[in-house]
Design a protein around this ligand. Structure first.
Ligand code: CP3
Length: 372
């Protein structure tokens, strides 16, 4: 029997019968609702970025901050991977650090190296003086970008909005940039528990307002990036982070906004992290998918979990790795294929294309075996 292989068509040539009537029928949104899909949906964190030739061509002409703040460029860059690969969701081109600016924290993206914050939060008074972002006034360029993208892809593929989680944002705000051991962050957390609590509350309010504004502007699912939370012990996660995540994710659920709760290095935190909420929990590659599924007791689905470095190897290798992940998912509804973290800049574009096609192809075969 001929199975319709969605991976065979670039999106813009999708046969009429293959476009979704509404985004609610898309396999990505269905997976967020833990419904059966024709094949496993796939997208990639950092799918718009330096590994793409089309991105580098724009990047040559503009600074990163100018790109983030120009809604036409935001829309163009967001759509670059969508036009190139058979992926099941678009994610708005923005950065988790942008909301910090409106709170009074100056961020800079230097030409080389990670982002830098010149006035890091180090004292209680620094936390007290932080403003709460008004997403419409402060982050209008992200919202306008979402409106432009949504009008372009509506009925084709869904659009993901996102924000950093309070812990991961706090780690940048306190350290002043990236960190390897989160020494200043943890010290602040342990020594100033009240100021920490206030910081988490202020960040949570900003994040929630921003995510709701993104949904009003056209985002259909939101992902919360708690990329660095895996540096915490389960006890510290439970005490210093869990209540804030739970509040944000509960509120999203109350508003019927599907959410993905993503972190890395979270194998030891998974039961708690899942309990904090999220329709889907994102996992990296340091845990096997079936084991992760056993740790998650909330009925949430899972997004992940291929090592991004696998994409540097020949196609036969990463296809084998992807097949192992799909075999472990074993057709459970609610699996969204992704890498365990963002695509690395040196990844060959052809490999990303081959992987997306393969995910659709192989998972459709598994599904058809199941139904016969
Ligand atoms: O996924 C996507 O395609 C959407 C775009 C996106 C960016 N940043 C664009 C970006 C997303 C979802 C992010 C999230 C983000 N930003 C996170 C959480 C996810 C993760 O990777 O853990 C974090 C920690 C940041 C902070 C940040 N921004 C860092 C550490 C860096 C420098 C490191 C790097 O990869 O260059 C950035 C810059 C940044 N944000 C780039 C992009 C495409 C690099 C752009 C460039 O130099 O051209």
């Amino acid at each position: 029997m001929g199975i319709q292989l969605p991976g065979q068509y670039p999106l813009w040539q999708y046969p009429e019968s293959n476009t979704f009537m509404t985004s609610q029928d898309s396999r990505f949104i269905k997976a967020c609702r833990k419904e059966q899909t024709d094949c496993t949906p796939v997208w990639f964190m950092r799918q718009a970025g330096r590994y793409m030739k089309a991105y580098r061509a724009i990047r040559k002409k503009y600074s990163l901050i100018d790109m983030f703040k120009n809604p036409d460029l935001v829309a163009e860059i967001t759509l670059q991977p969508v036009k190139e690969f058979s992926i099941d969701a678009a994610i708005i081109f923005a950065d988790i650090l942008l909301p910090l600016e409106g709170m009074g924290i100056g961020i800079e993206f230097p030409q080389a190296g990670g982002p830098v914050i010149h006035n890091p939060v180090r004292k209680t008074a620094d936390v007290e003086s932080l403003r709460i972002v008004d997403p419409v006034a402060d982050l209008d360029y992200v919202l306008e970008g979402l409106r432009l993208v949504r009008s372009e892809i509506d009925g084709k593929i869904p659009l993901i909005g996102f924000a950093g989680a309070p812990f991961t944002l706090a780690s940048y705000a306190i350290e002043g940039g990236s960190s390897s051991n989160y020494l200043i962050t943890k010290n602040f957390m342990y020594r100033n528990p009240d100021a920490w609590d206030l910081l988490m509350k202020k960040l949570s309010r900003a994040i929630l307002a921003f995510l709701k504004a993104q949904v009003e502007a056209g985002a259909q699912v939101v992902q919360i990036f708690d990329s660095w939370v895996g540096c915490l012990s389960p006890e510290d996660y439970g005490h210093y982070v869990f209540p804030h995540m739970k509040k944000i994710l509960n509120e999203l659920r109350r508003e019927n906004i599907p959410s993905i709760n993503f972190g890395t290095g979270t194998a030891g935190l998974l039961p708690l992290l899942a309990e904090s909420g999220g329709d889907i929990v994102g996992v990296d590659w340091r845990i096997s998918l079936d084991q992760a599924w056993n740790f998650i007791r909330t009925g949430a689905g899972i997004q992940g979990n291929l090592d991004p470095v696998a994409l540097m190897a020949p196609p036969d290798f990463f296809k084998q790795k992807a097949a192992e992940i799909l075999d472990k998912a074993a057709g459970r509804p609610g699996h969204i294929f992704n890498l365990g973290h963002g695509i690395l800049p040196s990844t060959p574009e052809d490999s990303v294309k081959a992987l997306a096609d393969y995910i659709h192809e192989y998972s459709a075969t598994l599904n058809s075996q199941k139904s016969t």
